[in-house]
Design a protein. Structure first.
Length: 345
């Protein structure tokens, strides 16, 4: 299996995030990707390859151009205005602020505008954020290129992750939605249907929002119940798509401490829905924060459970692109990624 990798992810190096109102060391740090890389390098069945640049066009097909422009240009202005080495928003746009009035406009100044484009406080910007986020998209697209060229599967070791970034906002450690960019690219260039299967503990709210009214991209997400889990306001089981996309959105929610057998069984049922949709490709948003010891999640999967999950998805018999999302137990993330991917090699 080809593993697409770049060390450009190291440019995304914030030290802190604001979690439940408190500054804490960030969970989304470089060691996550580096640990996975080291683990996979011990297995000769995984071949590391570099990214190929794809330019802005695939991102522009999915994300608001203003969002892309902001991420590309904001840091020098923020740094000059604040003198800080990393920055998070002071105020964020809420729908209630202009209830009954016209739509909000971005304020002047990149520091003030941060809260127009970002919806939460755990996703800071540093000097290298845009470089790393663009590289992460290129990792994902390069992995998809491998499968489009005939490989049965590939793995994009994406960092920063992407599935919380929606069309016109970023957050949840995510700046551009890697899986959504790939899904749109494949569906639009091949004229076929595509499924995004999100197995991160946290619901892929951005991916759902981007494809909610489309019938060519199915979104299937298994995640912690949003009544108790980030992103809180989206990811309920009655969210099934709208318009042409009615019936193409499937959310499968778990209560705390769900273990391997329950998860694997419900993943199998979700895969039956995928088979019924008839996609030409499955794009997996691979979160490993469903692990029993993950510091910001509360499910109870084991390393062997990840191997079983990979086997279930492999049994679909479809070309598969796996893209890394979350997973914050640094000590375990490498072997858990290896276990999930092993059925594909």
């Amino acid at each position: 299996m080809d593993v697409v990798w770049t060390d450009l992810h190291r440019h995304q190096n914030p030290k802190l995030e604001i979690n439940l109102g408190q500054p804490i060391p960030t969970y989304e740090r470089a060691e996550r990707a580096e640990t996975i890389r080291r683990q996979l390098e011990t297995d000769a069945r995984f071949r590391f390859v570099g990214l190929e640049e794809h330019g802005r066009a695939p991102i522009e097909a999915v994300h608001d151009h203003g969002l892309i422009d902001y991420l590309e240009t904001a840091w020098p202005q923020i740094n000059r205005a604040t003198g800080r080495s990393e920055f998070a928003p002071e105020a964020m746009l809420h729908v209630g602020l202009r209830d009954g009035m016209s739509a909000a406009r971005p304020p002047h100044g990149a520091a003030a505008a941060f809260g127009y484009w970002c919806y939460e406080t755990a996703t800071p910007m540093v000097e290298g954020t845009y470089l790393a986020a663009r590289a992460s998209v290129d990792v994902a697209l390069t992995a998809a290129d491998k499968v489009l060229a005939g490989a049965s599967s590939s793995y994009g070791l994406c960092r920063p992750p992407g599935h919380h970034a929606a069309r016109s906002v970023f957050g949840g450690f995510c700046y551009f939605n890697n899986a959504a960019v790939v899904a749109h690219h494949v569906a639009s260039t091949t004229g076929t249907k595509v499924t995004v299967l999100d197995v991160d503990y946290h619901h892929g709210n951005g991916t759902q929002q981007i494809f909610y009214d489309r019938d060519d991209v199915q979104f299937v997400s298994l995640h912690g119940n949003p009544n108790r889990a980030y992103p809180w306001f989206i990811g309920h089981e009655d969210e099934t798509g709208a318009g042409k996309g009615a019936g193409t959105n499937l959310n499968v929610v778990f209560e705390a401490e769900a273990e391997d057998d329950e998860y694997v069984d419900r993943l199998g049922i979700a895969c039956e829905s995928i088979a019924g949709f008839g996609p030409s490709m499955v794009i997996v948003s691979l979160g490993l924060d469903t692990y029993w010891n993950d510091p910001i999640s509360d499910l109870a999967l084991t390393t062997d459970g990840y191997r079983r999950c990979g086997e279930v998805v492999k049994q679909l018999g479809l070309p598969t692109v796996v893209l890394q999302e979350g997973g914050y137990d640094i000590e375990a993330i490498g072997r858990n990624a290896h276990a999930w991917l092993s059925p594909f090699v």
